[in-house]
Structure formats: C-alpha cells, structure tokens
Design a protein around this ligand. Structure first.
Ligand SMILES: [Zn+2]
Length: 129
C-alpha cells in the first residue's frame, strides 16, 4: 500500500476540536474506495464492537437473572408472616381437637376455617391460584 495515503477515520476526544482529528496511521486496506489503517479496518471494528456487545448482553442477562431471584425471594418473604400465622392457628386447632373427646360441629367449623386459611396461605406461597 501507498504509505502517503492516510486512514479516512477521524479521531474524537483527543483534543479540543469538535471536528476531531484525522487518523495518522498508514493505510492497510481499501473498502469501497475509502482507505483504512489496520486499527480502523471496518471488519475488525465490527468484530471488536460485537465482542463488546456480547459482553454487555451477558452482563445484562446476569443482572436480569439476579433481579428475578431477588423478586422471588421478596415474594416469598411477603408470604412468610401469613404462612406462620396460619400454621400456628392450625397447630392450635388441631392440638385442641386431638385432646377433645366431645368433637362438636362448632369445632368442625373451626377446623374448616383453619383449613381454608391454610389453603389460601399455601396457594399464595406456591404462587398458584
Ligand atoms: Zn485509522
């Protein structure tokens, strides 16, 4: 290649000019009539950009996965108090019923109410209707 030809790419952010400054590297490749140095070869630039994009995508996926885990943990934590209350009520009712020799319909209704409370808490905890 001709050493007098220069790369057509302008470099920004190195000086005070908003127009940038021309790349001073010698030309290595010509694409569609434009000259590029080894660094600014469009194929290599695209390759580097794809690598950076893949890395960014992987980071974003990891962030999304972390967010999902945190959301699920918070959802479970929100159900905890309801579950504990339902379990304690059930424990009390069942323990009372077990030590009672006169099992009345009122006690059966209490057990049914506790059972409904347990079912609600469990369906909420399992995230299923
Ligand atoms: Zn260049």
């Amino acid at each position: 290649m001709n050493d007098k030809l220069r790369c057509c790419v302008r470099i920004y952010g190195t000086g005070y000019s908003f127009k940038g400054s021309p790349c001073t590297k010698p030309v290595r490749i010509t694409v569609d009539g434009k000259h590029y140095c080894a660094i600014h070869d469009p194929a290599k630039v695209a390759e580097r950009r794809a690598k950076v994009q893949a890395k960014a995508n992987a980071r974003q996926e990891a962030r999304n996965a972390h967010y999902e885990v945190r959301k699920e943990t918070e959802r479970r934590a929100a159900c905890f108090d309801t579950l504990v209350a339902a379990c304690r009520a059930a424990q009390y009712e069942v323990a009372t019923a077990l030590h009672d020799y006169q099992f009345t319909s009122e006690k059966a209704n209490n057990l049914n109410a506790v059972l409904r409370q347990l079912e609600t808490a469990l369906s909420e905890a399992r995230n299923k209707p």
